[in-house]
Every structure is written in C-alpha cells, then in structure tokens.
Design a binder for this molecule. Sequence first.
Ligand SMILES: Nc1nc2c(ncn2[C@@H]2O[C@H](COP(=O)(O)OP(=O)(O)OP(=O)(O)O)[C@@H](O)[C@H]2O)c(=O)[nH]1
Ligand SMILES: [Mg+2]
Ligand SMILES: [Zn+2]
Length: 351
Amino acid sequence: MKQSKDRLHQLGWCPFFQQQLDDRERENSIPGRITAVHRSGLNITTQSCELNIALAGKWFEFDPEQRPTIGDWVLLDADLVLIERLLERKSLFKRMGAGNNPELQLLGANIDTLFVVSSCNEEFNLSRLERFLSLGTEASVDTVVVLTKSDLAENTDHYVDETRKLTSVGHVEVVNALDLETLSGIKSWCDVGQTIALVGSSGVGKSTLLNTLSQKDLQVTGAVRDSDKHGKHTTSHRSLHLLPGGGMVLDSPGMRELQMADSETGLADLFDDIDALAIQCKFSDCAHISEPGCKVVEAIESGEMESRRLDSYRKLAREQQFANETIAERHKRFREWGKMAKQAVDIKARK
Ligand SMILES: Nc1nc2c(ncn2[C@@H]2O[C@H](COP(=O)(O)OP(=O)(O)OP(=O)(O)O)[C@@H](O)[C@H]2O)c(=O)[nH]1
Ligand SMILES: [Mg+2]
Ligand SMILES: [Zn+2]
C-alpha cells in the first residue's frame, strides 16, 4: 500500500485533491490523472495501471471548461470503466483558438510551473515570449523562462538581458537541452509531485528537454530549418510524462498561431497588390480609410479591387500589431486612444 501511495504522490496527488473526496469516494473510487487526450478517449494513469477510457456523452453537455483535460485528476468507478467526477483544479491553462477556430481550448490543468521555452538564436522574440508568459500570469502559476541552445550561441548574455526587461519574468535558465549537466537549475522545479508544462515555438527544444530530463527517448524531436531556425512542428499532441525522479512534465506542440500572426514578411507577401497601390497614396502614412489621394480606396471604388480584401488586410495587420507590440506598448496605445475618445466627447459636449 505504501508503494502505491508514493506513486500517487509522484503523479501529483496531494491534500488539495484528497480533501475533495467524500466518505463513499474514499472507499470506492479510484483517482487517476489524465496524461493525454485523444479523439478516441483519455489516457489515464492510476496508482496501479494505465488506461484508455472514452469520454461519455454527458460530458459534452457541459461547458467546455468543465470537461476533463490533460493534467486533470478524475475519480473512476471501482471497475475502471467510468469517469465519475472531475476534481477541482489547482490551475488551468486555456486560450481562445486562433484563426477559424475561435473555441476555448484547454491546454493543461494542475500545472505548478510554466516553462516558457525560447532559444538563443533568431527564434528569440520578446513580444512572443511575453504572450507565452501571459498564459502563466492568467493561470496564477510560477513561470520560468528557459533559453535553450546556449551551446550554439556565441554570447547568451544578450538574450538573458533582453528577457529580464519583461516585468512578468521571474526566473531565467540558460541551458543546452541536450546536456543534463546544464539542467540542474531546471531540475529543482521538477521535484516529486510537481508538474511543469513546456510551451514555446516549434523547434526550441521542448521535447529535447523532456527527453534529457527523463534520460529516455520519450518524444521524437526534429531538426529546425537552417534559414530562420523555425521548427517543423514535430510534436503534434500534448502528453504528460512522469520523470524518474518523480516530477511530471507536459510536452506540447509548438504553437503555430503565434508565429503566423507575427510574421511581417508573411503579411507583405499575402497583400502585395495592396502594398503596390499603397506606395502611390498621397500620404505616406495613409490608413486607406478616407484620406484624399488614397489609391487603395480609389481601386475599391472603381471595382478594381474587392473591399473584402482590404478588410482582411486590416484585420491581419491589427493581429500582427498585437503580436509584435509588448504589453506596455499596448497599454500606452489604449491610453492614447482613451484620451482621444475623451477629447472627442468633450468637444461634442461643448457644442
Ligand atoms: N545544440 C542544441 N540543439 C538543441 C537544443 N535544444 C534542442 N535542440 C535541437 O533542436 C531541434 C528541435 O528540438 P525539439 O525538441 O524537437 O523542439 P520542440 O520544441 O519539441 O519542437 P516542436 O515539437 O515542433 O514544437 C532538435 O534537432 C534538437 O536536437 C540545445 O539546447 N542545443
Ligand atoms: Mg516537440
Ligand atoms: Zn491610402
């Protein structure tokens, strides 16, 4: 019995969950932790076995946030066929899906520490880092920035200094994800019973970190493109793994949407027809709304270009601005907008 108790503890079980059980549940139910979510069902690890259980229809009647997700603790019936109950969470990572999938997505539950992984090369980008960090802030969990590929960088100080400029940063670790000896700082966050989650762009070394920490090839890793250091989306599923020392690590696919939204060249390529007109506008900072001498508006009025095209250009440009600016810049922009709006109201009131 002692051994199985230890195993539950290794999986992250703690008084926070134990105290949610009533007498009947303590007697009859079996706690299990969700280690992967597939279309066909959930992978669940209990103190004595690993199972795959389909999610019964009733769960889909609930609010998406109330459905079991990776990292969740659930109670199973004694026959291990049904999920009886989802236990209250310590923390939850979520976001709205990007692009044409604006649904709520659950990224992981009961995470103690968020590792935002970035690498010491062209992939490094402060505003992207900040967006990933905001996941941790929203969920009120500790965040650590892990800067990988220190072995390939001439000088890592620059990356550390830049990272420290972000106010939301607590700890920064500089590592070679392939070398366990450089991971001693990181290991202190992965103690028995602790759960960490790895997020970051594709190719930064999330799965490599997991493999090195576990001293096993648990996950396939993939080379990055030499030209721009972008990864090839090697990991396609979230999965939760138990380390030999007892900590749990959630590996995630690189998040594509964040990369798409902040690609300036991508936007220019997509809308080269608008750009070709825009450089002929009378004013160099023309917003193509109602400015005199605007060639873009002229093209729409003459039917040469669809107005829908300008709309999607504007939408993407806004998204890109959002992706590229830091939170401080965004606050400043909102303050300025607020001031402008207030002035407009004041002027109206005076009339
Ligand atoms: N030299 C060196 N190579 C690294 C380091 N970290 C990762 N790599 C290499 O970078 C490539 C990408 O690593 P992955 O672990 O697959 O990256 P990932 O973040 O899991 O990427 P996705 O699964 O696509 O999101 C692999 O070839 C790794 O061997 C590091 O610190 N140093
Ligand atoms: Mg991976
Ligand atoms: Zn214009």
